[in-house]
Design a protein around this ligand. Structure first.
Ligand SMILES: Nc1ncnc2c1ncn2[C@@H]1O[C@H](COP(=O)(O)OP(=O)(O)O)[C@@H](O)[C@H]1O
Ligand SMILES: [Mg+2]
Length: 221
């Protein structure tokens, strides 16, 4: 699903990723943990084609993304990768339903098709009643679930989540984490989740430990 080979990335003289090799398989829920500044967000952004490495190879859903032009890359991202961030990043002037539909419009889907898919996802999230509400009328947990629905609308190969439950209370955290596993069990959805939450990390299929721009070997922590 995702193959990273010897990824290196610097910002100026700061070496942030120092040779990362990583493989994520279809249907896996993988967590990435490590101290602040370890390079977790940078790695996730490179996996999601939001940033390019200085060297190394990134293959996502069978495509070597270094071969794609900027325009092709944004189409690729829209159709193959879903993102969930710590803060929902929903557009405030649009309803939950509209927020979920937007990536489908960008992908060229019809209004009817986009709405059908968005309603199906809202139903799966237990949010049908909230479809016509704007983000400021939704709880923190509801906003994050809408953000997950938006990430899923184009059936991405993988969802990349950067501290998705970082701003939620314990109950909403638990519900969001359960949702990831439900989506994996029901649809075979692949997830890569950067998290500080040890409880979540402990229930994922695999935990990648990062420190100072490198992946620590199993048992080497
Ligand atoms: N766009 C950028 N420009 C300069 N430095 C950056 C940029 N993005 C991240 N960094 C630096 O790279 C290091 C790793 O950042 P990041 O990948 O966000 O780590 P993490 O998510 O593990 O906390 C940090 O020292 C951060 O300040
Ligand atoms: Mg980060």
């Amino acid at each position: 699903m995702i193959h990273l080979t010897n990824i290196e990335k610097s910002f100026g003289s700061l070496e942030v990723l120092k040779g990362i090799d990583l493989e994520i398989n279809k249907g896996e829920v993988v967590s990435i943990v490590g101290p602040s500044g370890a390079g977790k967000t940078t790695l996730l952004q490179i996996m999601g084609t939001l940033d390019r490495p200085d060297s190394g190879k990134v293959i996502v859903d069978g495509v070597d993304v270094s071969t794609l032009s900027q325009k092709k890359l944004s189409d690729f991202r829209n159709q193959h990768v879903g993102f969930v961030f710590q803060f929902h990043q929903l557009l405030p002037e649009f309803t939950a339903l509209e927020n979920i539909m937007i990536p489908a419009f960008i992908a060229g889907k019809s209004q009817k098709e986009a709405k059908r898919r968005a309603l199906e996802l809202l139903d799966f999230m237990g949010l049908t009643e909230r479809a016509e509400h704007k983000p400021n009328e939704l709880s923190g947990g509801e906003k994050q679930r809408v953000a997950v629905a938006r990430a899923l609308v184009n059936n991405p190969a993988v969802i990349l989540a950067d501290e998705p439950s970082g701003s939620l209370d314990t109950k909403n955290k638990g519900e969001l984490h359960q949702l990831f596993f439900d989506l994996r069990d029901k649809f075979g959805q692949t997830f890569v989740i950067v998290t500080h939450d040890e409880q979540l990390a402990s229930i994922t299929d695999r935990t990648i430990h990062m420190k100072d721009g490198r992946i620590l070997e199993e048992g080497g922590i």
